[in-house]
Design a protein around this ligand. Structure first.
Ligand SMILES: Nc1ncnc2c1ncn2[C@@H]1O[C@H](COP(=O)(O)OP(=O)(O)OP(=O)(O)O)[C@@H](O)[C@H]1O
Ligand SMILES: [Mg+2]
Length: 472
């Protein structure tokens, strides 16, 4: 390790020399300079311990830095952390505090997000103000336009907000102009922009202006440097966001949205999936400790699987178990399964948010989180959600769903007529809100996340099981 640190010091000095001798060089040019220099790090494989002296033209000797058995990923992390530690303090931001004890995984998503937001800098964002959502609210005529608007999409509780928080922490140094966090679901975006500019940037905004003009004034007079705007939890882009976006010509403003909706080009989307089985187990270990997990390792894995690796579910169950030291994991799993039989699993205390100990990022329990999406559904999509939840917890071929619905309509006393197009529209709505996933395009097979299935089932109180009474 001492060797490694010494070599890293040499490398840092070397990079610093280059930065000083070419202050105006771009990052790409600097990387080229580093690559062209013979002193650049060489990574040897196996146990090779070579240390060479390279003689360049003119007879100067340059000792090389040669590393062996080397963990490149670690170097990457160390350099990034080192770089972060050098960033100037006091970048204006109002980013909420992260509630995680340890942030698990998502390295690739963070890298991709950064690349996407930076790339947006290179292109005009003229068409950005009219993005196309899959629900077809608005459209753009220029398919190839790339924007500096990125969206992290995914189902409730999958970790979109947490990812955005982590991004702002890791890449704050890229945004000297500040990071402005906007709670899009709860409050008016324009009002929040104005109050950020007043309180964090000390802007004196003419009071006689209307709100949209005040916001425009803020963009015009914003502090120099790149600015990151995080629009957390966008539910209606054209209504809540679009009227207040910074001017499309000003590429220094980068916009990151988190949303349960699905967007299309020109907004660049990152789809966030649940954690891997290993990662969700790791999260549970972080929360309740290695010892307790080791005592019931297989049950812990089954519990994570039952929660289908949804970070919100793991987080809530972990915190519940932390308070209930008397409770074994197997008892909790058994109780959840028992409740599931009565279509009540989603209501179990282990999946609710505890007001007293819930962290800032865990705003809601699982049921309350899904309830927000439920409210956005029309009657047909709610009906389809309930219908799909009655299938066994396995991928569902669409033709089966269709035939069950048909039988349901035939047997219903309400005079419901089977309408395949309406049913498909309801399916699109569920897909758009990440409440349903397409599991296989070719065969038209769909799947429900286990907790969403439990949520829809809880809405079925008193309703008959149409999959058994109708289809078989
Ligand atoms: N990678 C992770 N590692 C550890 N904890 C995580 C991770 N991702 C999310 N969490 C935790 O899971 C919970 C849910 O995450 P988050 O609130 O970010 O979900 P979301 O996708 O924004 O949900 P919603 O759509 O309801 O806004 C939070 O308590 C968060 O701290
Ligand atoms: Mg969120």
């Amino acid at each position: 390790m001492a060797d490694f640190i010494e070599q890293l010091e040499q490398l840092s000095k070397f990079i610093a020399e280059n930065l000083q001798s070419a202050p105006n060089a771009t990052v790409e040019e600097l990387v080229e300079r580093l690559k062209a220099d013979n002193r650049i790090i060489q990574i040897n494989t196996g146990n090779a311990l070579a240390f060479q002296t390279l003689v360049k033209e003119g007879g100067n000797a340059y000792p090389g830095i040669h590393l062996h058995d080397f963990d490149e990923e670690k170097l990457d992390k160390v350099l990034k952390a080192f770089w972060r530690s050098l960033q100037p303090a006091g970048i204006s931001n109002n980013v909420p505090r992260s509630g995680v004890a340890k942030f698990i995984g998502r390295e690739q998503e963070l890298d991709r997000l950064h690349t996407q937001l930076q790339q947006g800098n290179l292109v005009a964002i003229s068409a950005v103000s009219k993005p196309r959502t899959n629900s077809g609210r608005s459209s753009t005529s220029q398919q190839d336009d790339r924007s500096s608007i990125s969206a992290v999409e995914g189902m409730g509780g999958v970790g979109k907000t947490e990812l955005a928080i982590q991004y702002t922490q890791q890449y704050a140094y890229s945004y000297e102009g500040g990071i402005c966090w906007l709670f899009t679901r709860e409050f008016n975006v324009g009002t929040q922009v104005v109050s950020f500019a007043q309180s964090r940037l000390n802007l004196k905004i003419p009071e006689e202006l209307e709100l949209p003009d005040q916001v425009a004034f803020c963009w015009q007079n914003w502090r120099e440097g790149h600015v990151l705007l995080v629009l957390d939890d966008v539910v209606n882009y054209s209504r809540d966001v679009e009227p207040y976006l910074p001017p499309s010509a000003s590429a220094r403003f980068k916009v990151l949205m988190t949303t349960r909706l699905k967007f299309g080009p020109p907004i660049q989307s990152i789809s966030l999936d649940v954690l891997s089985p290993e990662q969700s187990l790791e999260l549970l270990i972080v929360l309740i400790g290695e010892e307790r997990i080791q005592q019931e390792l297989e049950i812990a894995k089954t519990l994570c699987k039952w929660l289908e690796h949804l970070p919100l579910g793991i987080e809530l169950v972990g915190r519940y178990l932390l308070k209930r030291t008397d409770l074994s994991l197997s008892t909790l799993l058994f109780r959840l399964q028992q409740k599931a039989e009565k279509r009540q699993a989603i209501k179990h205390d282990a999946l609710q948010r505890d007001e007293a100990t819930g962290t800032s990022t865990t705003k809601r329990g699982v049921e309350a989180a899904f309830e927000l999406s439920w409210d956005d559904l029309d009657e047909n999509s709610q009906h389809l959600g309930k219908l799909l939840s009655l299938f066994a917890p396995a991928p569902i071929p669409w033709h089966l769903a269709e035939s069950v619905e048909q039988k349901y309509c035939e047997n219903s006393d309400d005079g419901n007529e089977f309408d395949v197009e309406e049913l498909e529209k309801a399916r699109t709505k569920l897909l758009d809100l990440h409440l349903l996933q397409l599991s296989q395009q070719k065969e038209q097979i769909y799947r429900l996340h286990s907790l969403i299935r439990e949520f829809f089932r809880s809405k079925l109180e008193g309703e008959p099981d149409v999959t058994t009474s109708g289809s078989t």
